[in-house]
Design a protein around this ligand. Sequence first.
Ligand code: ATP
Length: 488
Amino acid sequence: MSKSTDELFKNVISHAKEYGFVFPSSEIYDGLSAVYDYGQNGAELKNNIKTYWWKAMVQMNENIVGIDSAIFMHPKIWKASGHVDGFSDPMIDNKDSKKRYRADQLLEDKIERYSKDGKTDKAEKLQADMDAALNAEDLPRLRELIIEHEIACPVSGTRNWTEVRQFNLMFSTQMGAVADDADTIYLRPETAQGIFVNYLNVQKSGRMKIPFGIAQIGKAFRNEVIARQFIIRMREFEQMEMQFFVRPGTQKEWFDKWKEARLKWHLALGTDEAKYRYHEHTKLAHYADAAYDIEFEFPFGFKEVEGIHSRTNFDLSQHEKFSGKKMQYFDPEVDPETGKPYGNYVPYVIETSIGLDRMFLLTMINAYEEEDLSTDEKQDSRTVLRLHPCLAPVKAAIFPLTKKDGLPEKAREIMDKLKIDFNIQYEEKDAIGKRYRRQDAIGTPFCITVDHQTLEDNTVTIRHRDSMAQERVAADQLDKIIGDLVSW
Ligand code: ATP
């Protein structure tokens, strides 16, 4: 990470805290590793991102519906899905510092260091060796590579490593009063399984016809071995997932459609296209027949934000096997080749899965700007969040110019009308310039000032966040001006 991007990232993190977007969890107790809380502005921004996704997926598509399934689920679900046996990362401990690391992460860091030092051959060789070891799930080989490449513990500086073990990422807890094995349940590590186990309920009660989708937004939990990069890798996070059920044989066509549609969703927010790229998975999970990530260029490099996966009929077939319940769909449509209905089958699934917290961070980083406003006469600057207006936590702020002469009452009267439709903030403290700066820092698109003239002709000054231009408008036009800009 170059110094300036490193600094930018640090500044975004401290800005997020200072302005009530993201706080470390349990901060007065020195925090809880890789867990974060969203503050008053963060909660609004997060809700707006959810709404943007929900509208694009559920409201705009007649054949997609949304559900909200429970976090606790029957433990057999995680057996069937493969998570109990296979959802793990290779872990290694340093015997001196007692610190725990992901073996693949240590190797990746080394590869990065080789690349930075211009040792391209070494970097490529290690990458190939590591991929081979991971593919073969050869844990002793991962350790050998760590030793061979003289990787030392970042804390103790020693190379005194334990064996590499698989570490399951699921959190477990006990249900009911008696703690015995049968009662062990898991906090879901993804929201997708809640959709699969409800697929028949939704299909029947909604009389859904293939192709159709089920969407869900909700919390997921992973006991990540190492926590890194702020809200990129958390132990409690939120996902927005959609499973799209299709006729076998049509999955490629639908995969391509969703891959394109999801990138469009990102770009519709006005983000620079060059900041995004697709990453194709070369190593596919055994049940998948295609997988792409949508990656965004964060200050610390390109990182996955969303995955689009063609999951075949693996999940539904597994649930059929483990639950003993039929997961078949009867397709009455006639196959032009045979002249007969397609009949019974277990649908294939295309999944789109985006991390809400990563999307949140992407949005903050993208919007954050330290703008130099200096002129010949004086030095000046502001920090502004150039958020898309529909995502902005506060849509407009209302300022009485002074705290007297009936201006606060007039300002509140205007606010009371607007707040029915928009999130509005009232501020009367400090000079107007200072109030503008505070609203710029949380990304408020409009500031409205009520002054003495307002009392005479019911006009106000409206100031635009991005251009800082001001204009005089009739107060009863505000509804439309704000609505036009912040509508979805
Ligand atoms: P990574 O390789 O970065 O660990 P993943 O491939 O395990 O991610 P998926 O299982 O495909 O991720 O989950 C879908 C999405 O959920 C990811 O694209 C990411 O945005 C988000 N996500 C996954 N793990 C975390 C986490 N620990 N914290 C925050 N978001 C996460």
